[in-house]
Every structure is written in structure tokens, then in C-alpha cells.
Design a protein around this ligand. Structure first.
Ligand code: SF4
Ligand code: SF4
Length: 293
């Protein structure tokens, strides 16, 4: 199974819309499965009109731990309070108190506690599930709980579930979170190919470079899609020049088209909402055939 990850340096550039339409186009030629790894704001399934209640299965998972104090053992030495890098321990009435949302479960306080008064307990921090789209392929999705941590590990669980549910699939299309954080690194890890989606805005250009630095670090073949290229042709040209200098392929340039928004509002991939878009996505597949497929 080839794993293709769609990534963007910043949000709002059209990454999930492009992933949804590319999935539909690919499914005409290949057996595919999608993995929504944007676990902080999962919305790929919605782009196919697949609502949470229509998923075949949801399961609560734990990929994170939180601290519990045994106050019978605690001697108020303050070592845990002074050692927590995340400032997740308050010092109240001469005893430690946990700021639940701040604790990353790193375990440092447990190591420094001389009285063995600290334990780490598993907490349910996310749910993962899968459902069948009207387009004939499955989407696996993960959702981190509000205020919970451990997103990178949740992404890994989503990808493992996608491998299990996608047995026999030729392609796993991974919709990564935007940015350069832990869930992005977890999405990109193990990918065979990465497509970085950008737009010609100063933030889009600069964040694209940051996203590319991660992909390069892992030495994964990659290319760029410039979305809404005609909103700033001068900057689009700069992105093209940058790509040329760095020997990065531009898979395609997509013009600004209001049908992207209309399709999203109506929970339908733009390739179906506006069949004129088929040419663009078929062209992307042809380009990918020379690269990875
Ligand atoms: S486990 Fe880590 S983050 Fe949580 S309270 Fe202890 S030191 Fe702080
Ligand atoms: S390190 Fe252990 S003994 Fe010291 S204040 Fe924290 S819990 Fe209490």
C-alpha cells in the first residue's frame, strides 16, 4: 500500500478539499482508503458528506497518561513542582496540585519524587473510527478530546487502523494537520510521498517552506500544489521559482474557484460538485503516475 500524505504549512489553503477530490479521482482507478490525521480538527469525512453518526464504528482510545498524587506518602518536598517543565503542577496549601489540562504525562515528576508518591494513569484522550463514503471507499478518522494531549500518538493509531481497514487497498491517502507540529511529523513518518499544498500569500509561502523542511528531513519524495494561484500571480511565480531552484515538482496550479466553497458547504467533493474540476485532478494523477504510482 502506497502512503501519500497531503500537507500544508498553514490552514485554510484548501488541503482537505483537495484531498477529498483527489481521493474521488484516484478511486476511479485504484482501491484506496483515506486517513484523516488532522486529529485536532478532523473534517475530511465531512467533505464526503459522511457525518460522525454515520460511521460504522467509534472507539475510545488512550495514548496519554496523567499524574495522580498519593497525599498519604507526600512530604511536601516541592521537587515535582520545581521539575515540571510544563508548569502543570500548582503549589497550594503546601502541597502539589495537578493542572489537569497542562500535564503532558512526561513522567519527570514521578522520577524526581523521593517518596514514590506519584503514579501515572492512562486517560482516554481521543476516539478513532471509520465509515464508508458514498464514493465507495472508507475514511478512518481520529478526534482528540478537548484539552487533551498526545495528538501525535493518536495519528499513529489512525494510520494503523487505516492499514487494518484498508487491507487490499493500493493507496492510503493521508490528510495531515497543517503546520509543523507533532501530528504532522506523525502523519509524514512512513509516507512514500508527500504533496504540500500552498497558496500565494506571504504566510502560505513562508509556512510552505517550513513544511517542506520536515519532508526533506525525512527524505521523502515530494511535490507542491499551488491552490488559488491567480489571487496573487506575482507571488505564485515566486513559489514556482523557489520550487525550480530546489528541484521540487509543481504538480499543478489550481485557479481560485468559488465552487470549492460551494462544494464544501454542501458536503460534496468539488470534483463532483463541479465536473469541470475533473481535468485538474486527473492531471494530478497522471503526474503522480510518473512519481509514485
Ligand atoms: S507528568 Fe510531566 S507534565 Fe505531568 S505533571 Fe509530571 S512533570 Fe508535569
Ligand atoms: S515530589 Fe513527591 S513528595 Fe515531593 S512534593 Fe511532589 S509528590 Fe510530594
Amino acid at each position: 500500500m502506497k502512503k501519500i500524505t497531503i500537507l500544508s504549512g498553514k490552514g485554510g489553503v484548501g488541503k482537505s478539499s483537495i484531498t477529498a477530490s483527489l481521493a474521488v479521482a484516484l478511486s476511479g482507478q485504484y482501491n484506496i482508503i483515506c486517513a484523516d490525521c488532522d486529529v485536532d480538527a478532523a473534517n475530511l469525512a465531512l467533505a464526503f458528506g459522511l457525518k460522525e453518526k454515520d460511521f460504522e464504528k467509534w472507539e475510545m482510545i488512550t495514548t496519554n497518561q496523567k499524574v495522580r498524587f498519593d497525599m498519604d506518602k507526600c512530604t511536601s518536598c516541592r521537587k515535582c513542582f520545581e521539575s515540571c517543565y510544563f508548569n502543570a503542577i500548582l503549589w497550594e496549601n503546601n502541597k502539589p496540585e495537578l493542572k489537569e489540562f497542562g500535564c503532558e504525562g512526561c513522567g519527570v515528576c514521578q522520577i524526581v519524587c523521593p517518596e514514590d508518591a506519584i503514579t501515572l494513569v492512562d486517560v482516554f484522550n481521543a476516539k478513532v473510527g471509520f465509515g464508508m463514503t458514498k464514493n465507495g471507499f472508507k475514511v478512518v478518522s481520529g478526534q482528540l478530546g478537548i484539552g487533551k494531549s498526545g495528538s501525535g500518538k493518536v495519528v499513529s493509531v489512525v494510520k494503523s487502523l487505516a492499514e487494518k481497514e484498508g487491507q487490499g487497498a493500493e493507496i492510503m491517502l493521508i490528510d495531515s494537520a497543517a503546520g509543523i507540529g507533532c501530528p504532522v511529523i506523525a502523519s509524514v513518518t512512513g509516507s512514500d510521498y508527500v504533496i504540500v499544498v500552498t497558496e500565494p500569500t506571504p504566510a502560505g509561502f513562508s509556512d510552505m517552506k517550513r513544511a517542506l523542511s520536515i519532508v526533506r528531513h525525512f527524505n521523502i519524495p515530494h511535490s507542491i500544489i499551488i491552490n488559488k494561484y491567480d489571487i496573487n500571480k506575482k507571488l505564485a511565480m515566486k513559489i514556482k521559482e523557489f520550487a525550480k531552484n530546489k528541484k521540487i515538482k509543481i504538480l499543478t496550479k489550481i485557479p481560485y474557484d468559488k465552487s470549492f466553497v460551494d462544494a464544501l458547504v454542501n458536503f460534496i467533493p468539488v470534483i463532483i460538485w463541479n465536473p469541470k474540476m475533473e481535468t485538474i485532478f486527473n492531471e494530478i494523477i497522471e503526474q503522480l503516475k510518473g512519481e509514485i504510482l
